[in-house]
Design a protein around this ligand. Structure first.
Ligand SMILES: [Zn+2]
Length: 469
């Protein structure tokens, strides 16, 4: 409960900070920001932090130029004597930073005149080598710090022209997607395509897949609003798409549909812990999702239906087929059809490489014959609907690349094609209350962000002077 509150608070603070840093604060006589007090508090905190840091911290930065060397960088940032030789040894022998290139930078952080940390940032990497001195002449620790990244929120408004893809390309692209702000190199255009593809996929194939038919319902003139999370990488001006926090789709022919966010802990099947997930709901707390995807592959042909008796192609005798086979090219992604916990992940007889996932409401799904498993997961991992858990293969008793997809309910096999699948769980009880309380606060923040004017603080009938001149 507490962790969720903190998260919600962080989210709101994030939104406030985005608004605050996103555009200069214009004082308009008589108007009062809903978040005015939080913002001025935030500013005070930042100001006092800066004052403290400015007194104590100095950072010397050097950048590799043509024919630059590591030694030159160290000298340029004031590192000498035994620290110099220590840094050389650690960078080259322990951290493997064997050659410097034009554009690499070195930062030496001094606190009250004493060397605290040395950071080396190879230009093409997202991360840095760190050597910690903490004032001593001998380093106390060194490591590669990967993927230093921050997220920021950005509000996007699009008008659909010929397709959603094109409207994202036209209006939904951050100008700082690439270091130069322009599409110059092939790598820039790959980044641009990746951004649009991920945004469109998230919007059309995940968020609104059950509410909007993007082939038939979409009309030029429709409007899309989305609050997206972008990832920023310090040391580089690039940004990339992370996820959609909230979205609204307005149809020009009338009607609209919304995806409203709620951060919460996964349901009881997940191992206890601090994991907080983001789900999207309609205004009444109903989920935007169904409990399961229709199939575990992005595209595929059913090569064998569920049956209680069939001739097995490999074994050569009649045996029930308690699942559905989807044939797809070798290496095609296989998705978890619903949120759940991995219970099996390994070679399992005729199933070959098999993953099983336990879901809420007594369901379990299985995926067989994989060529390989998705990395970074193990038995006990919590997976979300649509997460890649493995890749199409032909391991075990199999005649060609396909996934054997099976489903159990309360321990008994059911046919995934005919099983009446429940919608994803709606918000209920405390969660629903919190969702309803959060909604007006979030919407105030969004309208600030969307530049729809500054909402007035709603006050119960104030008597006397009106604030407006
Ligand atoms: Zn099968």
């Amino acid at each position: 409960m507490r962790s969720r509150l903190i998260l919600v608070l962080l989210f709101i603070l994030g939104a406030v900070a985005t608004v605050f840093f996103g555009k200069p604060h214009k004082d308009k006589a008589g108007d009062e920001w809903f978040f005015h007090e939080s913002i001025s508090e935030l500013t005070q905190v930042i100001d006092s932090l800066n004052t403290i840091l400015a007194d104590t911290l100095s950072i010397r930065i050097a950048c590799v130029e043509k024919d630059g060397t590591l030694g030159g960088l160290l000298f340029a940032t004031g590192i000498e004597g035994s620290r110099y030789s220590n840094c050389c040894t650690i960078f080259i022998d322990s951290l493997g930073w064997t050659s410097v290139h034009v554009g690499d930078t070195l930062e030496a952080v001094y606190s009250r005149g004493m060397l605290w940390e040395v950071r080396a940032r190879p230009r093409r990497s997202r991360g840095y080598y760190s050597i910690i001195f903490e004032g001593s002449s001998e380093p106390s620790n060194w490591q590669w710090v990967a993927e230093e990244r921050w997220t920021r929120l950005r509000s996007i408004t699009l008008e659909v022209r010929s397709s959603v893809w094109e409207s994202i390309a036209g209006g939904g692209m951050p100008h700082d997607l690439t270091p130069s702000g322009h599409i110059i190199t092939a790598r820039d255009s790959i980044r641009k395509i990746a951004f649009i593809k991920e945004f469109e996929n998230e919007l059309a194939n995940r968020l609104f897949i059950y509410d909007i038919d993007f082939y038939h319902d979409v009309q030029p003139g429709d409007k899309v609003w989305a609050l997206i999370e972008e990832i920023r990488y310090p040391g580089s001006s690039e940004t990339s798409f992370n996820r959609i926090i909230a979205a609204k789709y307005d149809f020009i022919l009338g009607g609209m549909t919304e995806a409203l966010p709620f951060f919460h802990q996964p349901d009881t099947i997940a191992p206890g812990g601090t994991l907080v997930i983001l789900d999207h709901y309609h205004r009444d707390g109903a989920s935007l999702r169904t409990m399961f995807l229709k199939m575990p592959v992005p595209f595929g042909r059913i090569s064998s239906e569920y049956s209680s008796a069939r001739m097995h192609p490999v074994l050569g005798y009649t045996r029930a087929h308690r699942g559905i086979d989807y044939a797809a090219p070798m290496g095609t992604e296989i998705y978890a059809v619903g949120d759940g916990v991995i219970t099996v992940r390994g070679a399992l007889g005729g199933y070959g490489n098999m993953v099983r996932v336990r879901h809420a409401n007594g369901y379990e799904t299985g995926y067989g014959h994989m060529s390989r498993f998705a990395s970074g997961m193990s038995i006990g991992s919590y997976v979300r609907q649509g997460d890649i858990i493995g890749y199409i293969g032909s391991t075990g008793l199999s005649t060609g690349p396909h996934v054997h997809f099976e489903m159990k309910k309360n321990g008994t096999f059911v046919n995934p094609a005919t099983e009446i699948l429940p919608p994803a769980n709606p918000l209920e009880g405390d969660n629903l209350d919190t969702f309803m309380k959060q909604l007006p606060i979030l919407e105030n923040a969004w309208s600030l962000m969307a530049g729809n004017g500054i909402p007035l603080h709603q006050q119960e009938s104030t008597s006397g002077n009106s604030a407006t001149p």
